[in-house]
Design a protein around this ligand. Sequence first.
Ligand SMILES: [Zn+2]
Length: 478
Amino acid sequence: MKKGLVALLFFVMWFALFPQTGQAAAGGTSIYLDGNKLELSKNGQVQNINGSVMIPIRVVVEELGYVVDWEKKTRTVTIQQQDTVMKLVVDQSTALVNGTKIQMPVAPKLVSDTVIVPLRFVGEQMGLSVSWDNKLKTVYMVTPPTENGGGEASPGDGGDTGSTPGDTDSGTQPGQTDNLANIGGISFSDNRLLIAVDQTVTPNIFTMANPQRVVIDLPNTKFADTFSTGQNLDSTQNGFIDITDYPEVSKVRYSLYSNNPSTVRIVLDMNVVKMGELINDNDGLIILDLNKEVSNPGSNGKKLVVIDAGHGGTDPGAISVTGKKEKDFNLSVTLKVQELLKKETNIDFVLTRSSDTYPSLSDRVKIANDLNADLFISIHANAGSATASGVETYYTRSESLALAKVMHKYLVSSSGLTDRGVRSKSLHVTRETKMPAVLLECGYLSNKSDNAKLYTEDFQDRVAAGIVKGIKEYLGLQ
Ligand SMILES: [Zn+2]
């Protein structure tokens, strides 16, 4: 689809460093094009209409050196850029680009004598990287670079598993690409990591130690087709940016970490222990701001819970009597817990994995220990004899017993399965963590009756809710 458009979609090239932005004038808005502030008239301010950022078209395209023409009678703006002719009509949400109809999220509007159009449309059609800082009421636009720094390949950060991105999976199916968000660009400036995306993305951020890293997984994403024209990305879908101007970060690496689900991973090699604040306004730009630490998980008075979906990636865990994999059950319940925890204003959480990946056991422990988490909950399902059935809660260190009892109470009631008790066992993740830690076995995949329930939405919803209730009770947040 949109074949003709693809050539125009130069998308986002984030090589230019953004300028330090001054305070926006009270009530006023700003547009920076390649670091230069454009003069906006009183009527030509940036506006937010139904969630779409709208910019005055003339000032921008004239600055770019394009020819702009306004026909008052038909209320049509014609923009000519080399071989491309764009026609926009006020109050019509369909634009014509070289005769091809392009749908815009919001129709152009006439404000006094100024036509404003959706920022995203301008970016896509003119090959600009665009972003909107809602706090500063500032639009940033960057024209693509004409050459690329290039450089050697960098290894994808596969945790410590040694796996190459994509080596286990079947690859993206044709047609599936439409559901994936495109990563248009990745850049680092003002001590901030900037990620341009063309759809809503829910990132998963965590830290790893030895060496210190901040990891951002972007589920259901891929690199835009045009990504490599603007920046360093090799044929194995790996790239990096050397950071020299900011002492806290030495390098930003990125790779297509998983094909199924397609996940882009960005790793910041850190010189300090820090996580920064992740800002995601779902407006096409995800920012990790290392100037801010206020929202570090757990550092804001909130409790921090680490949820660990057992196994993953190359490690399927137990295989059920019907051939299903434990890792999928664990992840599914974990993601349901995540959704519920998002609604809890007093709890921050970090997942050790949010997709089909395998952080090593020591990685999982390090995430929790480095963040000084308050709780660690590992989610599993068990396997044993065909007759074994029910739920168990494991702990190792005595300071975890109280948590184990509370979590087990809710695991039994929410699962409706046989109570096989709270058990003490020396398991890596419950032993090496430094906070109360438990491992939940949510039923037996080797048992026909348990197994038939474990993969149902209803069972998983109930168990996830039970886990969150247990966390809240233990933390005294009920
Ligand atoms: Zn397991």
